[in-house]
Design a protein around this ligand. Structure first.
Ligand SMILES: [Zn+2]
Length: 386
């Protein structure tokens, strides 16, 4: 037995909608608090889903009830605890440096499954500052400064050194990072700054007039760095770029794509004009356009142009497995209702629309073709009553 594994007795239990909360005669589980999540692990072989403190009792959430007076083994997941200790201690370092070197106060802190964040009292902060901050942080890590944890009576605490004033009385737990931080804190910590490994800020966002910095430390930082490298390698392979050239190249690619999109639009407009001119040779009330290989934008453009001539336009786009119906509003057919009823009768596709335009999507081209044929048939036969 050690502090990760301990034998104890169940002293109380209570139920709520989340499960059974167990109190123990002795516990080493950390209850959620101060921005740090609860420990995970097992009690009597059952997974501990949450740990909360109320007044002086620590409650452990499990799935199945355990009778009072049962002797159980508590097992804390050491890896999760260690990770939480790293993320939390990293916050001490970030907060101390931000305050002492930049005069910026930390307002709140939280650890989630993938990353952690601090909200800082700054109207703005930029990536250059973040790089400087990361270098300052890294120096503290390289210094491998000891982190001392000790309990003092209220009167023994050097209150003027405290990072943040505390209104606690009696025994106060002090966490001190050599030459950097002197803090009243009940969280869990690593014993030297070297154990933080690396701290990386991953994002910066404005929130409520402040700035939120998201960061990762320890193994989480390594994971993020590795995943960034994987993403970047894929881009380099595709575009034959290097870290130095990639930003300019992506910008070039984007500009080129926007140019091409403009050209495509012009060409589509020409194609649409030509196709519609051909359709207008026919004297039909309903005109059907089938786009087997074209983009949805072109089918839409053609349908719109046909409708503008006063006909009822039916457009089937195979690429998007989409059916479009449109008229110019002068026809006495609520085309959305008509399409919906036809689809309901056939039992395929999903769609609907307004009085003069409607659309539907299908799971297969076969369904699209069936629906197109039925819609055209009903429109031509005039079996439309809407
Ligand atoms: Zn702490």
């Amino acid at each position: 037995m050690n502090s990760w594994q301990f034998e104890t007795t169940v002293t109380a239990q209570r139920e709520d909608e989340r499960g059974t909360w167990i109190a123990l005669a002795e516990t080493h589980f950390y209850a959620e608090g101060g921005g740090q999540p609860a420990d995970t692990g097992t009690i009597g072989g059952q997974a501990v889903l949450d740990v909360q403190r109320d007044d002086s009792t620590v409650w452990h959430l499990v799935n199945e009830p355990i009778d009072e007076a049962t002797v159980v083994i508590g097992q804390i997941d050491a890896a999760t605890r260690h990770d939480h200790s790293i993320q939390h201690t990293a916050q001490h370092v970030l907060t101390a440096l931000l305050e002492d070197r930049y005069g910026i106060e930390t307002l709140s802190f939280g650890i989630s499954a993938d990353d952690s964040s601090i909200e800082i009292a700054a109207e703005s902060f930029d990536w250059e500052l973040i790089e400087t901050l990361e270098r300052d942080v890294q120096q503290i890590i390289f210094d491998n400064r000891p982190i001392h944890i000790f309990e003092l009576q209220d009167g023994e605490v050097e209150h003027d050194r405290l990072r943040k004033a505390t209104d606690r009385t009696g025994t106060i737990r002090i966490v001190e990072i050599d030459g950097l931080d002197y803090n009243a804190c009940g969280g869990t910590h690593v014993s030297t700054t070297g154990q933080l490994g690396i701290i990386k800020v991953t994002s910066m966002k404005k929130v409520r007039g402040n700035v939120r910095l998201t960061y990762v430390a320890g193994m989480r930082a390594l994971t993020v760095i590795q995943s960034s490298r994987t993403a970047l390698r894929a881009i380099h392979q595709t575009l034959s770029t290097t870290n130095e050239t990639v930003a300019a190249r992506v910008a070039e690619e984007r500009t080129a794509r926007l140019e091409r999109e403009k050209e495509v639009k012009v060409l589509e407009a020409r194609v649409a004009k030509a196709k519609v001119a051909a359709f207008l040779q026919e004297d039909n009330y309903v005109i059907t356009h089938i786009g087997k290989t074209e983009a949805e934008t072109l089918t839409t453009m053609i349908v719109e142009r046909i409708a503008a001539t006063g006909r009822i336009a039916v457009g089937a786009n195979h690429t998007g497995q989409k059916l479009l119906l449109m008229h110019d509003g002068t026809h006495d057919i609520a085309i959305g209702k008509f399409l919906k009823r036809t689809l309901d009768d056939l039992g395929i596709g999903r769609g609907g629309g307004s009085h003069k335009q409607a659309q539907a999507r299908f799971e297969s081209i076969v369904d699209l073709e069936r629906a197109t044929a039925e819609v055209v048939k009903r429109l031509q036969e005039g079996v439309v009553s809407c």
